[in-house]
Design a protein around this ligand. Structure first.
Ligand SMILES: Nc1ncnc2c1ncn2[C@@H]1O[C@H](COP(=O)(O)OP(=O)(O)OP(=O)(O)O)[C@@H](O)[C@H]1O
Ligand SMILES: [Mg+2]
Length: 384
């Protein structure tokens, strides 16, 4: 969908901002550009909508060499979230969002209806926020308006230059989540600039790691973290790679342990005897169909009643497929030694700290060898 062929940008003063860049972004793919300040990220982005012209090389969008496309027509197909949001201070939120549709000649009522729809999509009630001015919004809300504005003309391609840059880490994570949900629905082809490797890993289908004006590695988050292509990339992704990997490694059924189990309709006394004989101190409680019901301590199981009557609701659980980081968070939050992992309602097993560590190590090893994680046995993992 977007293709760079040996693109170089040299400014008149001799600065080479981008040097012989070649890469391709597929339709519906989200590629993050990450790198230190001044490495050429914004320059790369602005060449796609011809706000900057390359010195040499060519760029294709949707198969068309953009040098031959009228810039105004080109920009209608490309939404742009600029660095520092850049809302018009004297226009309301609704009018800011409607900017592009209005520019390209939509009727005012239609443009505003579309703007309202998009504000809703980014989590801002148009009734409350539509008539406000940018300085009456929080930083996070302003950034959402920036995203809504870029989406307004429904462009197939979206360029986002540090779209979540100007907010605190908590709001930032929220905006990232919302954006991922939205992207899953609208499937735009996205180039997103960030200088934060964590954000690049979280959002990108693939990541382009920039050195000075060049791409040092262009690969999936797992591969960039697992096998950095150069010492520069290794340095850039940093020593806490393991922690970052927690956010991109998903919980798989093979990672789980099978804990002691009791059934809701089992007489409590009998369950207690059975569990004690196995040396268990607690059990996961399942209903007849194998769905997760809760948990119970063996010491709580008296002589009368059923297990179901004595069970507690399970508060520490995460769905299968969730990132390990989420499971880790739940363990800390509930001060729990394990979290239950269901698939829908069906109970699959529990994740323990030891299993979490094992999953993480297998994922590192799998990436280093370029094989899926389920093909790596734990005992093959060398001590790191
Ligand atoms: N008009 C210009 N003339 C000369 N040099 C320029 C011009 N615009 C940008 N540059 C230089 O080109 C290089 C790349 O700039 P660019 O804006 O692409 O960096 P960036 O990766 O987006 O950085 P940041 O993370 O700080 O936004 C920098 O060294 C910058 O100083
Ligand atoms: Mg920039």
């Amino acid at each position: 969908m977007i293709r760079f062929e040996q693109v170089t940008k040299r400014y008149p003063d001799g600065t080479t901002a981008v040097d012989d860049l070649s890469f391709e972004v597929s339709e519906g793919e989200l590629v993050t550009l990450v790198g230190p300040s001044g490495c050429g990220k914004t320059t790369t982005m602005m060449m796609v909508n011809r706000l900057i012209e390359p010195t040499s090389g060519r760029i294709l969008v949707g198969g068309e060499d953009i040098a031959a496309v009228d810039p105004v027509r080109l920009r209608r197909r490309i939404g742009y979230v600029i660095q520092q949001v850049g809302l018009f201070p004297h226009r309301t939120v609704l009018d800011n969002t409607a900017t592009v549709p209005t520019l390209v000649g939509w009727k005012r009522a239609k443009a505003r209806a579309r703007a309202a729809e998009l504000l809703d999509l980014v989590g801002l009630d148009p009734k409350t926020f539509g008539s406000r001015y940018p300085d009456q919004l929080s930083g996070g809300q302003r950034q959402r308006v920036g995203v809504a504005r870029a989406l307004a003309a429904d462009p197939p391609v979206l360029l986002m230059d540090e779209p979540f840059g100007a907010v605190d880490p908590v709001v930032r994570e929220q905006l990232q989540d919302e954006f991922l949900r939205m992207q899953a629905a609208v499937r735009k082809t996205v180039l997103l600039v960030t200088h934060d490797i964590e954000e690049a890993v979280r959002l990108g289908d693939r990541i382009a790691v920039y050195g000075q004006g060049r791409i040092e590695q262009f690969d999936t988050p797992g591969a960039v973290l697992g096998s950095p292509a150069t010492p520069y990339v290794a340095e850039f992704v940093g020593a806490d790679r393991g922690l970052k990997r927690l956010s991109v490694t998903q919980i798989e059924p093979a990672d789980l342990e099978q804990p002691p189990v009791a059934r809701v309709d089992e007489p409590a006394g009998r369950a207690a005897d059975r569990l004690r004989a196995d040396g268990a101190r607690w059990a996961v409680v399942l209903d007849a169909g194998g769905d997760l019901h809760g948990w119970v301590g063996v010491g709580e199981l008296g002589a009368g009643g059923t297990v179901g009557e004595l069970a507690h609701r399970m508060s520490s659980w995460v769905p299968v497929g969730a990132p390990l980081k989420q499971a880790f968070g739940v363990m800390l939050q509930h001060d729990a030694g394990w979290v239950a992992v269901p698939d829908g309602a069906r109970f699959l097993g529990v994740l323990t700290p030891a299993k979490l560590h094992e999953a993480l190590r297998r994922s590192v090893d799998a990436d280093a060898r370029g094989v899926p994680r389920d093909q790596v046995a734990f005992d093959s993992v060398a001590d790191a």
